[in-house]
Design a protein around this ligand. Structure first.
Ligand code: NAD
Length: 261
């Protein structure tokens, strides 16, 4: 049986990509589409017989799993409602604050959920590669992450850049919070040993680019990923939805879905 999916934010960039990627798949079926009350297009059909609605409870009751690419406040509020209905979730919204993270953790106690700042196969491979590189090279090779996204992106650094930076810190065997440096401005002095820098570039319609740099003496390693279509995230999220619907309660990531370690 295909997993019945409720798509949040069908009017958004990622919501539209999920609806399009679901066409023709037999492991998922779009059962509902829920947007915020002020969103355009409420009442209009978004895919085979499914209309956009602002009725969150009805959308959750109609599905086995919901897919959330919205905004942090929405993600927190929906997780609270989903916990009441014990609905599985695929959550891709980035920039969550502590209250929203807590709501997501609460949901994971009663339902299976996949949370990922990036649903692409390539980026999830990059996480493993940078951790390996950081372990092999050590902090003597200065590690920096640079991310570029479209001008409408609200949060910085990107959730993916943070995952990559954390994977480098794990490779160095250090706590990321102690070594992080998000952008530089003014007289910041020489680069401290072991610092991990993250810089954000915003402009145009760039879907998402990430490069991890490792600067050695007279040589440099770069591990890059470039997304050229939102379809890669949408396909990953749908794959996660089909997978998570059959799992016991708990919080999973894309490495679990893809069977990667
Ligand atoms: P967007 O602004 O184009 O779309 C957001 C959508 O959410 C809109 O349709 C809006 O109406 C809807 N929404 C807001 N509040 C809602 C609520 N309470 N209930 C239902 N719908 C609600 O944004 P986007 O570019 O699609 O990105 C959305 C999020 O996904 C961002 O946090 C972005 O960083 C993240 N993202 C994650 C990945 C990934 O792979 N994890 C990939 C791309 C984007």
């Amino acid at each position: 049986m295909p997993a019945r999916v409720c798509v949040l934010g069908p009017s958004g960039r990622m919501g539209r990509a999920v609806l399009e990627a679901a066409l023709g798949r037999d492991d998922v079926r779009i059962a509902a589409a829920v947007d915020r009350p002020e969103a355009g297009g409420l009442g209009a059909e978004v895919t085979g017989g499914v209309c956009a609605s602002a009725d969150l409870d009805a959308g959750l009751l109609a599905c086995d799993v919901y897919i959330d690419f919205t905004a942090p406040a929405a993600t927190g509020a929906v997780a609270v409602a989903a916990a009441r209905h014990r609905r599985a979730a695929v959550i891709g919204t980035t920039g969550l604050g502590p209250a929203e993270e807590a709501a997501v953790e609460q949901l994971a106690r009663v339902a299976p959920i996949v949370v990922a700042a990036n649903f692409s196969l390539g980026v999830n491979l990059v996480l493993g590669l940078v951790q390996k590189a950081a372990r092999a090279l050590g902090p003597a090779w200065d590690a920096e992450v640079v991310e570029t996204h479209h001008r409408a992106k609200r949060d910085a650094p990107s959730g993916t850049a943070l995952m990559i930076a954390r994977a480098i810190a794990a490779g160095h065997g250090v706590d990321y919070e102690r070594v992080k440096r998000h952008t530089r401005d003014g007289d910041v002095g020489p680069r401290p040993h072991g610092e991990i820098g993250v810089s954000s570039v915003r402009g145009g319609d760039v879907i998402g680019e990430h490069t991890a740099y490792f600067f050695g003496a007279a040589e440099r390693l770069e591990i890059s990923h470039r997304a050229t279509s939102r379809a890669i995230f949408a396909i990953g999220a749908l794959r996660a939805a089909a997978w998570v619907a059959g799992q016991p309660p708990g919080r999973y990531d894309m490495l679990d879905v893809l069977g990667l370690e």
